[in-house]
Design a protein around this ligand. Structure first.
Ligand SMILES: Nc1ncnc2c1ncn2[C@@H]1O[C@H](COP(=O)(O)OP(=O)(O)OP(=O)(O)O)[C@@H](O)[C@H]1O
Ligand SMILES: [Mg+2]
Length: 218
């Protein structure tokens, strides 16, 4: 279309370029998601450990996604005494990014997305809470399945491929942690991520404590 060059006015040219830019972003994201799935499923994804501030990671995620928020406000509530934990920062970032992206995508503009962080067991639990319409009860079991989308029709208003939560679960397993749907209803949805304070080597995933909500109630 841009080859039509002179037949386009400045406004049309800008709008085509913006559309091409958006398509490029979508394609890049899809390729990244597919590569993540391929690496995770073939167990070749290495862990790169360092002392990580989960609050810092959450703040970076929010800063990156602020531009794609439609008037949403972000509320970050982190326990100031949270310890640094020995984990893979890029993977924590990828999980939180997927959860916050969903919170933005599946809730109306001008609502609040709340991200809380607290201690749980020897690790840290982060919750991502939105004020969207929620996930129908019969679909709640399946949202972590590969390619599953509650509304997968071609006409659904938001894009995506149904890989985000599947990748979150695979990544959380790799960190020796857990990610789960805490609750969802007409008043909104809460997903939680628990990351252990020590790396998974020598610590089977099955030893992760059963999560409770008590530590997040303040
Ligand atoms: N916060 C939420 N509120 C309501 N529905 C949600 C929320 N998070 C996920 N879902 C539902 O779960 C489905 C699976 O989520 P997932 O992140 O795996 O895929 P996606 O967002 O559709 O696509 P992708 O993340 O690959 O771009 C979504 O399609 C949506 O129907
Ligand atoms: Mg998603």
């Amino acid at each position: 279309m841009l080859q039509l060059g002179s037949q386009l006015d400045e406004e049309q040219r800008r709008s085509f370029l913006q559309a091409a830019d958006r398509q490029g972003d979508r394609l890049r994201r899809l390729i990244e998601q597919l590569l993540s799935v391929a690496r995770l499923e073939s167990h070749v994804e290495p862990l790169t450990l360092s002392p990580v501030s989960v609050e810092q990671v959450a703040r970076h995620v929010v800063d990156e996604l602020r531009a794609s928020a439609h008037g949403h406000t972000f509320d970050l509530r982190f326990d100031p005494s949270l310890p640094l934990i020995e984990t893979d920062e890029a993977k924590v970032h990828q999980i939180l990014s997927n959860l916050v992206e969903n919170a933005l995508k599946y809730s109306p503009p001008d609502t609040r997305v709340t991200i809380r962080g607290a201690r749980m067991g020897d690790g840290v639990v982060v919750s991502v809470e939105d004020e969207g319409r929620g996930i129908p009860e019969e679909a709640q079991e399946r949202v972590f399945d590969r390619f599953y989308q509650v509304d997968s029709s071609a006409t659904r208003s938001v894009g995506g491929t149904g890989l985000g939560l599947y990748i979150c679960r695979k990544l959380a397993d790799l960190l020796g942690g857990r990610v789960w749907l805490e609750r969802s209803g007409p008043e909104g949805t809460v997903f939680r991520l628990w990351i252990p304070g020590v790396p998974p080597t020598g610590r089977p995933v099955a030893e992760a404590p059963t999560p409770t909500v008590a530590e997040l109630s303040r």
